[in-house]
Structure formats: C-alpha cells, structure tokens
Design a protein around this ligand. Sequence first.
Ligand code: MN
Length: 334
Amino acid sequence: MSNGNPAPTAPRTTSLPGGDAADGPRVQVLPARPVPLGGPRAMTVRRTLPQRDRTLIGAWCFVDHYGPDDVAATGGMDVAPHPHTGLQTASWLFSGEIEHRDSLGSHAFVRPGELNLMTAGWGISHSEVSTPQTTVLHGVQLWIALPEQDRHTARDFRHHVPDLVPLRGGRVRVFLGTLAGQTSPVPTCTPLLGAEVAVDPSASVTLTVDPGFEHGVLVDQGDVRVAETPVPRGELGYLAPGTRTLTLTNAGNVPARLLLLGGPPFGEEIVMWWNFIGRGHEDIVAAREEWERGAARFGTVHGYPGERLPAPALPHSSLKPRGNPAPRRAAPSR
Ligand code: MN
C-alpha cells in the first residue's frame, strides 16, 4: 500500500528516450527511493513509480519492490484492512507467502509465480499479512490505474498461474498481456504487459514487443543491461513507445531476474493519494470521508485479527492531477 507522497528524485538518463534509434532503443534509468510501509516494525520498500518524472508506464502507476527480507528481522508484512478506489493491485512474489483477505470475501494466498489481481473499481478493502511459514519475503506490489470508463466498476479478484516458458537465453512467465507467444487469460481494462523474465548467466533474451507500448524493466537481481544500458538492481529502465525489439542481457555469472511492464501511454491525468486514485481533489475527499465513516462503498474485511487502518489527514492544499510529462533530457549524474 501507499504511504505518503512521493519524494521526488531525479532520474539518471544515459540518453534521451524516444524509441528505437539507429543503435537500438534508448533507456532512461528511473532510480528507486526507500519508503517505509508504516507500522511499528516498518518494512521498507523500493519505490520506482510514481516519481517526479514519471507517473505511469501504460496504466502501471505504482511499483514497490521489496526484499529479499529476513522476516525474523523485519517482522514481515502486516497491513491491516485499508481501502482502494480506481485501481487494480497486482501482487507478485519471488519468495514467501502472503495471506490476502478482501471485502468481496476473497481469502487467498499469494505465492511465488502466481498472479493475484484485485480490482478496486468503485471501492474495496483488503488486508495483507505474510504467513508464519514465510522466512524470506521478496516480491513486488504493482498498481494499475483504471481508465475513466472502468474506474467505477464492481470489485473483483482473480488468481492466475502462468506457465514457465523457456526462451533462448532464459525463461518467461507472462502474467498479463502477450509476450513470446504466451497470452495471459486475465482480462485488463487497457492493453497491458506484465511478465517475469529470467536471463541465464552471460546470456541475452531478445523479445519482440508492441511498438505502441511504453515499457519498464524492473531489475530484481543480476547484472542487467536493457538494450545496452546497465540498470542497477531495484531500478526501473524506461523505454518510450517505438521499441519493437528489446534485448535483455545478463552480464553476470549468476541468473538474472526482472519484470517487464508495458502498455500504451495512459492518456488520462490521475490524482493518487494514500490508497485512492481519482481524477480530482473531490474524488479523494469523498473516498476518504466514506472510508472514515465505514460506508458500504468499501465493504468489510472478515478474519483480520485487528483494527482497520485509519486514513491519514488530507494535505491543506488541493490535490492536483498528475500528468505524465513527455520523457525529457535530465542532467546526467553519472
Ligand atoms: Mn492495498
């Protein structure tokens, strides 16, 4: 879940993004910032979306990457019931297990290699707790912005286990959209791509991608080059629309793992605050007020042993929609 407002950090740009150049696609490296998730033993995540220079990649609007964390030291994940609006959450683990409960009545376990996609639509609430069996917690929490025509849709929850498919140089699990001949059966409201890609030591994987999509490559582990650009662990390599062929290289001698996210530019401005997405300040004020008074909009989570999370105070200033500025040249910092 979100906690507070983004603290802007400057991206490092090795070259100007803008699709395939004669020498291949150009990659903008978006750095991660550490964000404590809250609670007495706060688990810290690495957040790469949103940040100052990028609000969305396709409809992907939130990327938190965490672990591998020794749960004995961090306390693991324990997020009490909290609300969402206007978005979907995609939970994807590399290690560990999370118990999910929501106000649809879903009671599910998030496990490595399995997609759990929760649609908030008009409103949902859920809790997320790492299980007692979990010793190492490692994964991502992703949000997908719903387009105007779907943002008030009914709440929903989907579970899908994609096949692990061999590729030349590695393997892929396609959890949303289409890649490498694999198509996820999970429907999306806007075209999207979400896949985990493993790259063998000293090998490359070359993928044909949709040139109408912009893409982000989140590096989970390994010495990864996106096209020719090194992307450090935990950071996000951004590619503007126009890329048709994407080569992911593992320059190291241990396996590399990354997430490939994509979609056509979202084209709508959004307001993100706490766990809500709306289109203007009043959407957020209304959602917060309804959560605080326990309105039916968010339903009830059953089975969580504790109180639900109160919303934080609204800022004094009006929340402004965040557009998605065109990629621009940033001062190189390395
Ligand atoms: Mn949540």
